[in-house]
Design a protein around this ligand. Structure first.
Ligand code: NOJ
Length: 443
């Protein structure tokens, strides 16, 4: 008998993190301040007044961390480069020490048989660019393009797999509209939409740059489209989910996949200004779509455009938005394919925070996280078994880290971090995930 829930032979299993969330060394060796270094110093913005100053001290401990990942049998690592480590002012003079750090880090992982998958922008905008209006200023796109050019020229001999920008809805929506993430602004919709447009442009420019600078490269966006799940799997409810998917995700998915904005969006008084040529830059064909997926919501035929309310006892992770909805993985992939003809996918993040405790014996028996990931993977397996081109899965996160506005209080790691001592302890879920990677199936 064949073992159950086997994935295709070339399926990529990996773990993920982002520079700002784990590196620490926020002001070491010439690194400039990012908008998050500024934001976490504004009283009340980050839980516990936590800062990124030390984090997991991965900046100093990366060799030890690479050893541990190797021991765990993890062979792919999604990481991000901190733009202000290379360009403290965002543009202009290069901080060579910053570039050298990433070069050593990439080598350390490669030497241990771990393939680095590099995200160019994971939210840590250099503060001096924010001082010039950040992502709402079109010049930021040019600054990003020169930074991306430097990174890909210097690391492209060793790094072949690239992600452009991470979760546009968060770094624009939460940062410039809701104000709950850095830079903490609450701007009118029209300005925010201009920010979205610039972020899309930055993605498109980065695709061109990776292709020009890196031979044999693969490149794509990391996006977090919303996931409507049909409440009953019959055609009328599935059709409702399609309508919901298109309406909510259209302003970002349509430019990426069809090179145009939805008509209703452009007809609104809040439409962004679009310059000739922008949309063809944005719609550059990519090698895949990277998907960060945590939670979906249910819809039904009676009211396709409305998310159904969650009952108060619906299962949750350690944050109110972490609704346990494993079907998110299947339905997101199916909807992206059916509505926008997206062809190939990586799940670039999936996981959950839970209030982990270390037992007196020094273990972390995080059965909730193991169960969470296992159920989500079963749903991913369904997508793969039905023929969707799902190429890989990266667990978020390799280790507990700085969870943005939640500080260090919310733990997403497979590896537990004691932030006092920097001791790493692989949780039960880490050992389980190692078996999944080894056997290439849901165990
Ligand atoms: C998405 C982000 O990319 C990552 O930085 C964050 O920590 C996780 N979601 C969990 O919220």
């Amino acid at each position: 008998m064949n073992p159950s829930f086997q994935f295709p032979a070339d399926f990529v299993w990996g773990v993920a993190a982002a520079g700002a969330q784990i590196e620490g060394a926020a002001f070491c060796q010439g690194k400039g301040p990012s908008i998050w270094d500024t934001f976490c110093r504004v009283p009340g913005k980050v839980v516990g007044g936590d800062t990124l100053d030390v984090a997991c001290d991965h900046f100093h401990l990366f060799e030890q961390d690479a050893n541990l990942m190797k021991e765990m049998g993890w062979t792919n690592y999604r990481l991000s480069i901190a733009w202000p480590r290379l360009y403290p002012s965002g543009r202009g003079a290069l901080n060579q020490a910053g570039l050298d750090f990433y070069s050593r880090l990439i080598d350390a992982f490669l030497e241990r048989g771990i393939t680095p998958w590099v995200t160019l922008f994971h939210w840590d905008l250099p503060q001096p660019l924010e001082d010039e209006n950040g992502w709402l200023n079109r010049d930021t796109v040019d600054a990003f393009a020169s930074y991306a050019d430097t990174v890909t020229r210097h690391l492209g001999d060793r790094v072949k797999d690239w992600f452009t920008v991470n979760e546009i809805p968060c770094f624009i929506g939460l940062g410039y509209e809701q104000g709950i993430h850095a830079p903490g602004r609450t701007e009118p919709k029209k300005m925010v939409n201009q920010g979205y447009h610039h972020a899309l442009l930055a993605h498109g420019r980065a695709v061109e740059i990776v292709r020009a600078n890196v031979s044999d490269s693969r490149v794509g966006l990391v996006h977090n489209p919303v996931t409507p799940i049909p409440v009953i799997e019959t055609e009328e409810h599935i059709e409702a989910a399609r309508q919901n998917y298109e309406r909510v995700n259209g302003p970002l998915m349509q430019p990426i996949f069809q090179g145009s904005y939805p008509a209703w969006f452009m007809d609104s008084p809040d439409a962004p200004e679009v310059t000739d040529g922008d949309l063809s830059t944005i719609a550059q064909p990519c090698d895949f779509l990277g998907l960060n997926l945590y939670a979906g919501y249910f819809v039904r035929a009676e009211s396709p455009l409305e998310a159904m309310p969650f009952p108060s006892q619906f299962p949750l992770g350690d944050l109110p938005w972490l609704k346990v909805t494993p079907q998110t993985l299947y339905w997101q992939i199916r909807m992206a394919r059916e509505v926008y003809s997206a062809q190939s996918f990586y799940v670039t993040e999936n996981g959950s925070a839970f209030a982990d405790e270390v037992t007196p014996a020094g273990e972390v028996l995080d059965l909730e996280r193991r169960e969470f990931l296992r159920n989500y993977l079963l749903s991913l397996h369904r997508a793969s078994a039905e023929g969707f081109d799902v190429r890989g899965f990266f667990a978020w996160s390799v280790m507990d880290n700085f969870e943005w506005a939640e500080g260090y209080a919310k733990r997403f790691g497979l590896i537990h971090v004691d932030f006092e001592t920097q001791k790493r302890t692989p949780k039960l879920s880490a050992h389980w995930f190692s078996a999944v990677c080894r056997e290439n199936r849901v165990v």
